[in-house]
Design a protein around this ligand. Structure first.
Ligand code: ADP
Ligand code: MG
Length: 347
């Protein structure tokens, strides 16, 4: 008789493992940008400049004026699981930085050509280093430069042809890059952000240093939105959260729903909070939506930030109750502003 033969199990080559893992974390240029922005913010930068070519597929470069990276750390900074931010697993519940896994730079170096130019306050000159597959190539070279870091990523997914093929439209990737940058700019008004297509005289997006959230919303999303904004904050003693919101009143509506959601300073997606949109359904014409900026602060121990490779999703305790409470607040404020409007109209 003929036997069915089992497959032979072998350990995957390390480079293959790392590239597969990297592809999960860095799915497109916008994921890389998010990681890089968070690194620059973690490094206490006040000025962050991004330059791109072909929607970040040819070039994605980010320059900041933060702490810089110590020369002696340049050898391992792009290895997987090297970080200056976390040491013990227990600290994850109190983490105040965006990063903690030490995976972003490593991942990028496995799917793109990566170089780092950096200078700390202590060092007399800067250093430039290039990386491939997590490893430093040669020695860091001394160079001139201001304090801070320039991370340069070229030819993203050069070694993942299917991925490269799937991301055919540089225009769409650029749109996603600018959406990520816009969101961080609104949330971090003290920091000045610039986004520029290489070769363009004018930046595609620019916010000043020491701005405000509503001012940045005006600069980026336009006056039609910013003049209809309702700003409020709400503290809940039961579930111990705080919400800061900038939402449009019912006078404003658009075909596209703009939702900027942050939980403990992290840009997030796919939480129950998106259902805030449904409250507007009563007030807005069918198929129309509000602009919503919402920043939620929870006790860090109630939040699990480590549930998704891209960190886009987070889980938190009492999600349903918290979302309900916020929706009630939104409803009340909208009714308040709506009442005023009708009242004025009747006069
Ligand atoms: P993580 O942010 O999770 O620590 P990363 O791979 O994103 O992992 O970065 C690794 C380390 O490199 C960081 O912990 C930090 O020390 C350093 N680093 C990365 N980007 C910057 C930057 N722009 N400025 C200063 N240090 C940086
Ligand atoms: Mg990071």
């Amino acid at each position: 008789a003929e036997y069915l033969q089992p497959g032979v199990i072998r350990k995957l080559d390390e480079v293959v493992v790392n590239r597969i893992a990297a592809g999960e974390i860095i799915q497109r240029p916008a994921n890389a940008l998010k990681e890089l922005l968070e690194n620059s913010l973690d490094a206490q930068s006040t000025h962050i400049q991004v330059q791109v070519k072909a929607g970040g597929l040819k070039l994605l470069q980010i320059q900041d004026n933060g702490t810089g990276i110590r020369r002696e750390d340049l050898a391992i900074v792009c290895e997987r699981f090297t970080t200056s931010k976390l040491t013990r697993f227990e600290d994850l519940s109190q983490i105040a930085t965006f990063g903690f896994r030490g995976e972003a730079l490593a991942s990028i170096s496995h799917v793109a050509h990566l170089s780092i130019q950096t200078k700390t306050a202590k060092e007399k000159c800067g250093y430039k280093a290039t990386y491939a597959d997590g490893k430093l190539q040669g020695q860091p070279k001394p160079c001139a430069g201001n304090q801070g870091t320039i991370i340069c990523i070229e030819d993203l997914f050069y070694n993942m042809p299917q991925r490269r093929q799937a991301l055919r439209s540089p225009a769409e990737e650029f749109q996603r890059l600018s959406e990520v940058l816009a969101r961080y700019a609104v949330h971090n008004p003290r920091v000045g952000f610039t986004l520029r297509k290489q070769g363009d005289a004018q930046p595609a997006l620019r916010t000043p240093v020491a701005s405000s959230r509503s001012e940045n919303i005006r600069i980026i999303y336009g006056a039609a939105i910013s003049k209809e904004l309702l700003e409020f904050s709400h503290r809940d003693e039961v579930y111990k959260f705080e919400a800061e919101c900038l939402i449009t009143q019912v006078n404003y509506s658009a075909k596209k729903c703009q939702m900027l959601l942050f939980i403990n300073q992290r840009l997030v997606e796919s939480t129950g909070l998106t259902s805030v949109d449904s409250i507007y359904a009563t007030y807005l014409p069918r198929g129309h939506h509000p602009f919503v900026y919402m920043s939620l602060t929870l006790p860090p121990q109630n939040l699990d930030v480590n549930v998704h490779p891209t960190k886009h999703e987070v889980h938190f305790l009492y999600q349903e109750e918290i979302v309900d409470s916020i929706k009630q607040q939104v409803e009340a404020r909208l009714l308040g502003s709506n009442a005023t409007r009708t009242f004025y109209k009747q006069l």
